[in-house]
Design a protein around this ligand. Structure first.
Ligand code: GAR
Length: 188
């Protein structure tokens, strides 16, 4: 049984979708969600679906408190789903190639620090792109630069708003992220 933790900083719709989609998989479990923010909706979602959620400060991530907590709970694999802190070296070393992230665009375009959530879709529309999509990648010390594992694309129409692009990208996230996690975590 592989024990997967999800890190999320905001709404947590991907966290909820991943856990609910993979609830029937006998080889995976999702014992907790961790957030670097106290007052975000992911905690409410976690409660609703019966998964414990915990807050840790940036300092606690950096000081190794989160690492100790995860090791103490036998965690095997980390999924970033809308998580906005840079992952500290202590986690990257211990969970080498066992931390993945989803980015709501086709990396290497529209990535990097400050590029998250709606800002990404606004940039895609402002640049006149004709397509966008999702990128699932391993996490390293730089934002959005780890090895790419999977991409899926959607079209962007000339009159699309950032909200319209976001909706199409979210659909791709909900459809593919659980499947990719399932394959990688079982093999990890
Ligand atoms: C998702 O679209 C995810 O791809 C994005 O934040 C959103 C979180 O939504 N992540 C990034 O932009 C990372 N750079 P959610 O909290 O509803 O899952």
């Amino acid at each position: 049984m592989k024990r997967i933790v999800i890190f999320a900083s905001g709404s947590g719709s991907n966290a909820e979708n991943i856990i609910c989609s993979l609830a029937g998989n006998k080889f995976l479990s999702f014992p907790m969600i961790i957030s670097n923010r106290r007052d975000v909706f992911v905690h409410e979602r976690a409660e609703r679906i019966g998964v414990p959620s915990f807050f840790f400060s940036k300092q606690q991530f950096e000081d190794g408190d989160v690492l100790k907590f995860l090791l103490g709970h036998g965690i095997d694999f980390i999924v970033l789903a809308g998580f906005l802190l840079r992952v500290p070296v202590n986690l990257l070393q211990t969970f080498h190639d066992r931390i993945i992230n989803i980015h709501p665009a086709l990396l290497p375009k529209f990535g990097g620090q400050g590029m998250y959530g709606d800002r990404v879709h606004e940039a895609v529309v402002a640049a006149g792109e004709r397509e966008s999509g999702i990128t699932i990648h391993y996490v390293n010390e730089n934002y959005d630069e780890g090895r790419i594992i999977f991409q899926a694309r959607c079209i962007v129409n000339p009159d699309d708003t950032p909200g319209a692009v976001a909706a199409r990208v979210h659909e791709l996230e909900y459809r593919y992220f659980p499947k990719v996690i399932e394959q990688l975590a079982i093999l990890s």
